[in-house]
Design a protein around this ligand. Sequence first.
Ligand SMILES: [Zn+2]
Length: 102
Amino acid sequence: MTPIEITVEFQKRRKKWILVSIVCGCVFVPLLFTLSSLEGAGLSIGIIALVLSLMVWSIFTFMIYTCPKCGMVPFTIYGQGGIILDPDRCSQCKSSLNPHNL
Ligand SMILES: [Zn+2]
């Protein structure tokens, strides 16, 4: 794979991942706010749905949002830490992942 192919492939994966994040967020965020008003069976279902949407999102992140070269999810340990939304380079193999580097 050439550096250009890696960048192009990563951008495709990033678009898919953002879509999945929006879909999961549409389930997760409203659930989070309605959870306090739920009781009994509704509360149990709410918590299960919340955990499931988080799990689906995590699985998709590790499946899709990875560096095409080494398969690592771009994350940072600096600042608050976490997944980088618009990474410049892969944190593992230093491949360029951003089109403006080309
Ligand atoms: Zn990499």
